[in-house]
Write a protein that binds this ligand. Structure first.
Ligand SMILES: NCC(=O)N[C@@H](Cc1c[nH]cn1)C(=O)O
Ligand SMILES: [Zn+2]
Ligand SMILES: [Zn+2]
Length: 476
């Protein structure tokens, strides 16, 4: 049965109300990676829990305990488990999403206040979390609202799992999934996650792979306090000099990973595999217009796409403790911490890559002959994931995409990471589908993150239609 026409026209009619609800969500700065905002992530859990209950979902907020961040013990934001429908004759879809966001402040270069959803004349809804992942999470709520108001039974049973630590390693969630395998998640037939993006701005996508991640912090310390460079410059080993030297040995300007053995773990694509990427609707102009500059690593679109989808990458993210204010402070920072991460692809795992990185950093540091101290920390990790895209779960999403967009979706692998994806696949033994709502130029994690109104509304229709298509699947 296709999605009811009344559902689709209701979604159009509710556009303004749905945007207002998204604005409420964006207004809660639920930044999981900054201890100063932890209470707001808890607020966001409560807000979303209330929204779900208002559309008929039975929920429970699950205390995930505590963790240590930047030396502080913090209470993890409660995950939300939800359930609607208990009909044994229907399939059960597990829907995952996250309600935390990346940090954002106007001073990073945003044109508008990041936590005020701003509707631009061209329909762009600009605000932190609009695309990653509050818009998609509310897409599901939008779909449920019509069913609740009209008392129309859903075509499937739905189990929800929403968390508030995804942007920071999904702390506590794996244990919850394992614990609830035969409880809350019993009888789940498939998983759907809407938390990534189309490849470009034109073609809807279904995603069957994610890269894994190892995120490191390299601490270099020496003096007991910051020093005056006019007094101590060229008298002592400087931590920042050592750190920059180490960080410069991790990756080259062409993106090659310099940690011995890491790039070599991944086989070279054969012609058959290259053909998958050649077929995708993507161009060098797409990447360059998304990033706003002509800086693609290659003029070969296939090479660039493989760089994101089937190769590991190493990115340098920042340096804690470095002087970064205005003016010309002549400081020698006493301790600095460099942050970098490596995105992993099969067959790489955090366990196979981490020892290589640690050994390399130690040996390169030894070569510096510095008397400062080095301490390497692994902040969080996640394994890569690849799914069977010939599964009925994907067929249902292909049909739904064709119904809403009158287009065949691209089948993509994503360069980002959603650590719990593999946990769902392995622990529950079911197929996982990524069904993105936003476009490739949404700027998730970046300044001026946006979700286009058309993607929010058509994306809501897509999520609803997908449920109806799964409801039609006869085999299991
Ligand atoms: N939309 C998924 C996403 O953005 N995932 C993050 C996960 C992460 C890990 N460490 C910090 N964030 C990603 O960067 O891929
Ligand atoms: Zn996300
Ligand atoms: Zn994200």
């Amino acid at each position: 049965m296709p999605a009811p026409a009344a559902l689709l026209s209701y979604i159009d009619a509710q556009t303004d109300a749905f945007i207002t609800r998204l604005a409420e969500a964006v207004a809660i700065p639920s930044i999981s990676g900054d201890p100063a905002y932890r209470d707001r992530v808890h607020d966001m859990s409560n807000w979303l829990n209330a929204q779900l209950q208002a559309v008929g979902v039975t929920t429970k907020q699950v205390d995930l305990g505590t963790h240590v961040m930047d030396g502080q013990t913090l209470h993890l934001p409660p995950a939300i488990l939800g359930r609607i429908g208990e009909d044994k004759s229907k399939k059960t879809v597990l829907i995952y999403g996250h309600f935390d966001v990346q940090p954002a402040s106007k001073s990073d270069g945003w044109d508008t206040e990041p936590f005020v959803l701003t509707k631009e004349a061209d329909g762009r809804l600009v605000g932190r979390g609009s695309s990653d992942d509050k818009g998609p999470v509310l897409g599901w709520v939008n779909v449920l609202q019509w069913h609740h108001e009209t008392q129309t039974p859903l075509p499937v049973n739905i189990v929800f799992c929403f968390e508030g630590m995804e942007e920071n390693g999904s702390e506590g969630l794996d244990d919850l999934v394992v614990k609830e395998k035969d409880g809350w998640f019993k009888d789940v037939d498939c998983v759907c996650i809407s938390d990534n993006y189309w490849l470009n701005t034109r073609t809807p996508a279904l995603t069957y792979g994610l890269r894994g991640l190892v995120y490191f912090k390299i601490n270099v310390s020496g003096p007991t306090r910051d020093l005056h460079s006019g007094v101590f410059g060229r008298m002592v080993h400087e931590p920042m000099t050592d750190l920059i030297s180490l960080m410069s040995r991790l990756v080259d300007s062409a993106g090659n990973i310099l940690v011995p053995g890491v790039d070599d773990m991944v086989s070279v694509a054969d012609n058959e595999e290259r053909a998958i990427y050649e077929k995708l609707d993507y161009s060098i102009e797409d990447v360059e217009s998304s990033v706003g500059a002509k800086i693609a690593l290659s003029a070969d679109k296939t090479q660039v796409l493989m760089g994101r989808m089937r190769s590991p990458s190493l990115s340098l993210h920042g340096i804690e403790g470095a002087f970064s204010g205005p003016g010309a402070k002549t400081v020698i920072p006493a301790k600095v911490a460099g942050k970098f991460s490596i995105r992993l692809v099969p067959p790489q795992t955090p366990d196979s890559v981490t020892p290589l990185v640690e050994a390399y950093l130690k040996s390169e540091f030894a070569k510096l002959g510095s008397k400062n101290s080095l301490h390497v920390e692994l902040l969080h990790d996640g394994k890569p994931w690849v799914a069977d895209y010939k599964h009925w779960n994907y067929n249902a999403a292909i049909k739904a995409t064709e119904a809403i967009y009158s287009q065949k979706p691209d089948l993509t692998r994503e360069g980002g990471s959603i650590p719990v994806t593999l946990t769902f696949a392995e622990t529950l033994g079911v197929n996982v589908l990524l069904l993105p709502m936003g476009r490739g130029d949404d700027g998730a994690h970046s300044t001026n993150e946006k979700l286009d109104t058309s993607n929010f509304i058509k994306g809501t229709k897509l999520l609803g239609t997908y449920l109806y298509e799964v409801g039609e699947v006869k085999d299991s």
